[in-house]
Design a protein around this ligand. Structure first.
Ligand SMILES: CC(C)(COP(=O)(O)OP(=O)(O)OC[C@H]1O[C@@H](n2cnc3c(N)ncnc32)[C@H](O)[C@@H]1OP(=O)(O)O)[C@@H](O)C(=O)NCCC(=O)NCCS
Length: 157
């Protein structure tokens, strides 16, 4: 395991690494059905490829000194309705695909990536940033100041 790493922006050439993070993230969250994850990866590819090209998806990757990607965090910036909490904002910033390869965990990599994402969001003028937290991610997000929201969902059968 190499100890040198740096953060760099993702390019369209990184789509497979980002999809591997998305799959690994769901596996670590307990989704074990490989065919479902195959579908998730296949259906996410276009979103990420297109987003990396037009800016609606931004990737922040940690790479070692051989440029092997060891961790990442993604940011989706989508058109969204304004809200009193951000009345002049008609876009939404949503963090996703936060993942660190198991052998690199607890070294501060995800925290550095998250700080880079949040700094980017500030520079873009966002005053609110959203995400859904896994059990693994929740302690980190809480320690950075993220708060639970009142979101609800229904599963339609
Ligand atoms: C969550 C995850 C991205 C953290 O990556 P990481 O690079 O190990 O995180 P860091 O080393 O930067 O740790 C940041 C903080 O997160 C918290 N944390 C990380 N792993 C933790 C664990 N296993 N138990 C409790 N807290 C943990 C700690 O507060 C930690 O800060 P500290 O080391 O100063 O105490 C990584 O565990 C992971 O990929 N998990 C599986 C995928 C996932 O759930 N992603 C989040 C989706 S919302």
């Amino acid at each position: 395991m190499r100890s040198d790493w740096r953060i760099r922006p993702a390019t369209p050439a990184d789509v497979d690494a980002i999809l591997a993070h998305r799959r690994g993230m769901f596996e670590d969250m307990g989704f074990t059905d490989a065919s479902v994850l195959d579908d998730v990866v296949a259906a996410s590819r276009k979103f990420i490829e297109l987003g990396l090209t037009n800016g609606s998806y931004r990737g922040f990757l940690a790479a070692d000194d051989t440029d092997r990607v060891i961790a990442g965090a993604g940011l989706a910036i989508t058109d969204w309705l304004s809200h009193p909490a951000a009345p002049k904002q008609s876009r939404r910033a949503y963090i996703l695909n936060v993942y660190t390869a198991p052998e690199y965990r607890r070294k501060g990599i995800a925290r550095r990536l998250m700080n880079a994402v949040l700094e980017h969001c500030k520079q873009e003028g966002f005053i609110t940033v959203w995400l859904h937290a896994s059990v693994h991610g929740k302690p980190m997000y809480e320690s950075m100041g993220f708060e639970p929201t009142n979101e609800m969902k229904i599963v339609l059968k």
